[in-house]
Ligand binder design. Structure first.
Ligand SMILES: C[S@@+](CC[C@H](N)C(=O)[O-])C[C@H]1O[C@@H](n2cnc3c(N)ncnc32)[C@H](O)[C@@H]1O
Length: 390
């Protein structure tokens, strides 16, 4: 195996076990090494620090697969899958749907695997993982014994790695509809049609925390509801009425199914852009006791942050107008570039414009099957809070 020497900036990352090494962090010339090779990674004074996958087509020139001197074979991947699976076991008491592998946070940069009641949805977004695809599929079958595996790889991420798009059945069979359980709620999902890899599993913990605030006769507004996750939990906890709003026709179809299987009686489903919906709702002087704001990632890059915060201010300000005194508002952002402090500052601006006073009741973040490893700043992406309007 050939070697690559990193510079001091690369070494600083390696000390933190950060597996992404950019071109500018590599000291040695690697022109004579073929793309897609495994290489031994050395410090500037030539000490071994790990084994990486070289892909000059990607911004991440070198992805470190291990910080140990060990073979990269089927057993290596099985070990990683087993470790990750063991960590998820405490969740089995409350759900049969969880993320099994969350990319570098589980030591497999570029791989996402979700488990849905016997079926797997996978996303392969790095050339490194793609090159070990067979080992990984075999490993998943061996450790998790799924009835089917469906691939839904992110086109844009694959393009950046020099890979073709990839979607379809990989193993076994996948029914059109799979029913999953989360606490007392049931959800029907469709791995082929749904957004993301199936369901917003990262919000599981927050759906519980937020819906626990529901009181009898609460009117709930679930904005950007997708297939109804938050609103359905609130309905099951005694809300007298839930309004779901999402712009996606597919998401809205699934809300219809999900309210039925959970026997939610009083509800309304609105397929509309939330920004337009809010304007009308304020005009018609509606009021709610609990509002959930869980928009898509408005800021996928740093450059989009300013516009994203303007969007958040509009959403929070108008939600505060619709909220009863003593009511609750949950605000989330799933963009790594928007910090919790950004959300707090934006909420304060919205308070100023609406003469509102709010008290923080809960800080919220992604659930444990989407680990936040401090050494990997990108692994913290979903943050939010629940506030009470005084
Ligand atoms: C982060 S997901 C919400 C997940 C959901 N809270 C759950 O627990 O499953 C964001 C949702 O916003 C929807 N969406 C995106 N832009 C929208 C818009 N302008 N108006 C309404 N819905 C929108 C998407 O269709 C998606 O379902």
């Amino acid at each position: 195996m050939k070697s690559i020497i990193v510079n001091t900036a690369g070494l600083d990352k390696i000390k933190l076990k950060n597996s992404w090494i950019y071109n500018k962090e590599i000291k040695s010339d690697f022109k004579d090494i073929k793309d897609g090779q495994l290489v031994r990674v050395l410090t500037p004074d030539k000490k071994f620090v790990g084994i990486g996958f070289l892909n000059p087509k990607s911004k991440i020139t070198l992805r470190i697969l291990t910080f140990k001197d060990e073979p990269i074979n089927k057993e290596f991947f099985i070990g990683k899958i087993k470790n990750a699976f063991e960590k998820r076991k405490p969740l089995f008491e409350i759900t049969d749907a969880y993320r099994v592998i969350h990319a570098e946070a589980d030591g497999l940069s570029g791989l996402m695997v979700d488990y849905y009641n016997g079926y797997l949805s996978i996303q392969i977004n790095s050339a490194a993982i793609e090159s070990f695809r067979d080992y990984i599929i075999q490993g998943l079958i061996e450790v998790l014994n799924p009835k089917g595996i469906y691939e839904k790889s992110d086109e844009k991420a694959r393009e950046k790695e020099g890979l073709q798009p990839s979607e379809g059945l990989v193993y076994g069979n996948i029914p059109d509809k799979i029913e999953i359980t989360e606490h007392q709620a049931k959800f029907v999902i469709n791995l082929k049609e749904s957004q993301k890899t199936g369901f917003y599993l990262d919000q599981r913990k927050n759906r519980k925390i937020v819906s626990d605030y529901t009181q009898e006769n609460f009117k709930v507004l679930d904005l950007f509801s997708n297939s109804g996750g938050f609103g359905i939990h609130c309905g099951l906890k005694g809300a007298s009425f839930v309004k779901f709003v999402d712009v996606s026709p597919n998401a809205v179809n699934y809300i219809e199914e999900n309210v039925k299987i959970n026997k939610i009686k009083e509800y309304q489903i609105v397929r509309e852009d939330v920004f337009d919906f809010l304007k009308k709702e304020i005009k018609s002087q509606q009021k709610y006791d609990l509002i959930i704001l869980d928009p898509p990632p408005f800021a996928k890059t740093k450059n989009e942050k300013e516009g994203a915060l303007r969007g958040f201010k509009y959403l929070i300000l108008n939600s505060l107008k619709l909220l009863e005194e003593g009511g609750y508002l949950a605000v989330f952002s799933c963009s790594h570039h928007i910090t919790l402090q950004d959300l707090i500052d934006t909420t304060l601006q919205a308070c100023k414009d609406t003469f509102s006073v709010v008290e923080l009741r809960e800080f919220l973040m992604q659930d444990v099957d989407h680990p936040y490893v401090l050494n990997i700043p990108n692994s913290f992406y979903l943050k939010g809070f629940l506030i009470e309007k005084l």
